[in-house]
Design a protein around this ligand. Structure first.
Ligand code: FAD
Length: 453
C-alpha cells in the first residue's frame, strides 16, 4: 500500500492516534481465533492488513469508506476479533476497520430494547441491562470481550438460546443501521425481516453502525453441575430439562467424558469417568432442580449462585466454544465441528457416529430452541484431528445420516451454514458494495461489477 494512504486517512480523522501502521499492532489486529481450525491455520497464517483505522462516529465511517471506495482499498471490519472462522482476517490487505472504540450503549428503550454502537461489549450491555431489569436473550461464551456488532456480523447464539433461540430468531435483532461502500456511502436502516440481509454476512455487505437489540426480563440465576454414570443418562436428563416448560433455564450443556477432565479450574466438579451437565437455572428453582437431578440418577457435583459475569466459578466459561478451547489446551490436536442433531433420532445418530469414529469424536451438546420453537440437540463435538481427509469424512458422514453441519473449517460465508438460501446477504452486497471491497474473498458467490459497466 502506498504510504500516502495513511497520511490521507490521518487527515480524514484528524487524529493520528487512530490510524495504526506499526507492523506488530496491525498484525495483531488482523487475526481472530481462526487457529481453532487446523485447516484454516494453513490458509490464513500470515494474512495481514496494511493499516488499522479506529473510527469513533458514523460520519467518520462514511468518510473512511468514501476514501477506500475512491482508491479501491479493501476494508475488513473488526469487533473484538473473537470469531472462529477467520471472518475478521483480511485476505487482500488494505484496511482493518476496528470498531471497538465505538462502544456506547445509547439507551434502553421502554419494552427492553438496547440501542448500541457496534463496538459495545456484550458483557457491558448485559451488566447495564440488568441494572434496569433486563438481560440479553442470548450471548456467546465470549460475552466479556465480544462486541455486539461482531456478534451480529459473525456469531449465531449461545447462552440463553435454549430459551430464546438464536440471534436471528424471534425478532431479537429489531433493527440495524448500515453504512454502505459506495462512492457516496449512505446510512441505511434495516428493520424487521430486512435485518437478515446483514446478519451473519461477516461484514461483506456494509458496516453495522447502530443496533437495536431486544432484551428479556432479567432472572436471578443459579449454576449447577450434575454428573451421570453414562452419557446416555446425561443426554436424557439434559434433553428433558431443555424441553420442559417447568424449568426456567439459560444454559443446558452436556459433556461426554473425558471432556470435563480438560476443565482445569473446575476439574473438582467433574467426577472421573462420568458425563457432566452444566446448567443455569432460575435461583428460585434450584432446590427443586437438584432434587429432580438426584431422582434421575444424577450426582450434583456443584451448585451455587450466579452473581454476574465475575462469578467464580463461571460455568459458562466451559460451554459453547470455550469447551473446544479447554480441549485444545489439553491437547492441541483437538478441534471441533458445529452440528445439529435431529430431535427425533438424535440417539440413533449419536450411536452411529460413535460406532464409526469412537473417541475421535467426543459429544458436547448445547441445546437451543429453533425459530419454530423446536428444542434442537445442538452440538459442538470435540474432534481429534489427524488429517483434513478424515475431518471431511466425519462431516460427510454426519450429513449422510441427517446430522446438520455448519462447517467451521471454511473461510467463506456460504460454507458456514448460516448463509440464507434466499441469497439476501448476496443481494445486499451487490447493492451496497458493488466493487466488492468489503472483506473480499469471503462471499464466494459474489462477482464485482465490471469497471466499465
Ligand atoms: P469479530 O470476530 O471481530 O467479527 C466477527 C465478524 O463480524 C467478522 O467477519 C467481522 O468482519 C464482522 N463484523 C464485526 N463488526 C461488524 C460490524 N460492525 N458490521 C459488520 N460486520 C462486522 N460465537 C457464538 O455465536 N456463540 C458462542 O457461544 C461462541 N463462543 C465462542 C467461544 C470462544 C472461546 C471463541 C474464541 C469464539 C466463540 N464464538 C461464539 C465466536 C465469537 O466469539 C462470537 O461470534 C462473537 O460474537 C464475535 O464478536 P467479535 O466482536 O469478536 O467479532
Amino acid at each position: 500500500m502506498q504510504p500516502d494512504h495513511a497520511d490521507a486517512l490521518n487527515a480524514i480523522l484528524g487524529d493520528s492516534s487512530r490510524v495504526l501502521t506499526q507492523p506488530q499492532v496491525v498484525e495483531q489486529l488482523s487475526r481472530d481465533f481462526y487457529w481453532y481450525s487446523p485447516v484454516l491455520r494453513k490458509q490464513l497464517d500470515g494474512k495481514v492488513a496494511d493499516i488499522v483505522i479506529q473510527p469513533l462516529t458514523t460520519p467518520e465511517i462514511q468518510n473512511i469508506l468514501r476514501y477506500c471506495h475512491a482508491h479501491d482499498l479493501p476494508v475488513t471490519i473488526r469487533g473484538a476479533g473473537t470469531g472462529n472462522y477467520g471472518q475478521a482476517v483480511p485476505l487482500r490487505g488494505g484496511i482493518v476497520l476496528d470498531l471497538a472504540r465505538m462502544d456506547q450503549i445509547e439507551a434502553f428503550e421502554p419494552g427492553g430494547v438496547a440501542v448500541c454502537q457496534p463496538g459495545a461489549r456484550l458483557g457491558a450491555i448485559e451488566s447495564e441491562a440488568r441494572k434496569c431489569g433486563w438481560e440479553l436473550r442470548c450471548y456467546p461464551s465470549t460475552i466479556v470481550k465480544a462486541t455486539v456488532g461482531g456478534f451480529l456480523g459473525g456469531g449465531s447464539g449461545g447462552v440463553g438460546s435454549v430459551a430464546h433461540g438464536n440471534l436471528r430468531d424471534y425478532d431479537t435483532v429489531r433493527a440495524i443501521e448500515v453504512v454502505t461502500m459506495e462512492a457516496e456511502p449512505r446510512v441505511v436502516l434495516h428493520e424487521g425481516q430486512a435485518v437478515h440481509e446483514i446478519l451473519h454476512a461477516w461484514g461483506t455487505n456494509g458496516v453495522i453502525s447502530r443496533i437495536w437489540l431486544a432484551l428479556t426480563p432479567a432472572v436471578e440465576w443459579a449454576q449447577c453441575a450434575v454428573a451421570f454414570d453414562t452419557f446416555a443418562g446425561a443426554f436424557d436428563f439434559s434433553e428433558r430439562v431443555a424441553r420442559s416448560p417447568q424449568w426456567i433455564k439459560r444454559l443446558v450443556t452436556a459433556f461426554e467424558w473425558p471432556i470435563s477432565s480438560f476443565f482445569g479450574p473446575v476439574r473438582q466438579y467433574a467426577p472421573d469417568g462420568k458425563a457432566l451437565i452444566f446448567f443455569m437455572i432460575a435461583a428460585a428453582q434450584l432446590a427443586a432442580f437438584e432434587s429432580a437431578a438426584r431422582q434421575a440418577g444424577g450426582e450434583v457435583s456443584y451448585s451455587g449462585a450466579y452473581l454476574g459475569l465475575r462469578t467464580r466459578p463461571l460455568l459458562s466459561d466451559y460451554t459453547w466454544n470455550h469447551t473446544t478451547l479447554w480441549a485444545m489446551k489439553a491437547d492441541d490436536a483437538y478441534t471441533y465441528l458445529q452440528c445439529a442433531f435431529d430431535p427425533a433420532t438424535a440417539r440413533e445418530q449419536m450411536r452411529r457416529l460413535k460406532e464409526r469414529f469412537g473417541h475421535e469424536m467426543l459429544f458436547h451438546m448445547e441445546f437451543w430452541k429453533n425459530g419454530e420453537g423446536v428444542m434442537i440437540p445442538g452440538s459442538l463435538p470435540v474432534v481429534y484431528y489427524t488429517t483434513e481427509e478424515r475431518l471431511n469424512e466425519m462431516i460427510d458422514y454426519c450429513r449422510e445420516i441427517g446430522v446438520f453441519v455448519a462447517n467451521p473449517h471454511v473461510n467463506y460465508v456460504e460454507g458456514g451454514g448460516r448463509y440464507r438460501p434466499d441469497n439476501v446477504q448476496l443481494i445486499a452486497k451487490r447493492r451496497y458494495d458493488p466493487k466488492g471491497l468489503m472483506n473480499p474473498g469471503k462471499m464466494l458467490t459474489f462477482e464485482p461489477e465490471a469497471p466499465n459497466r
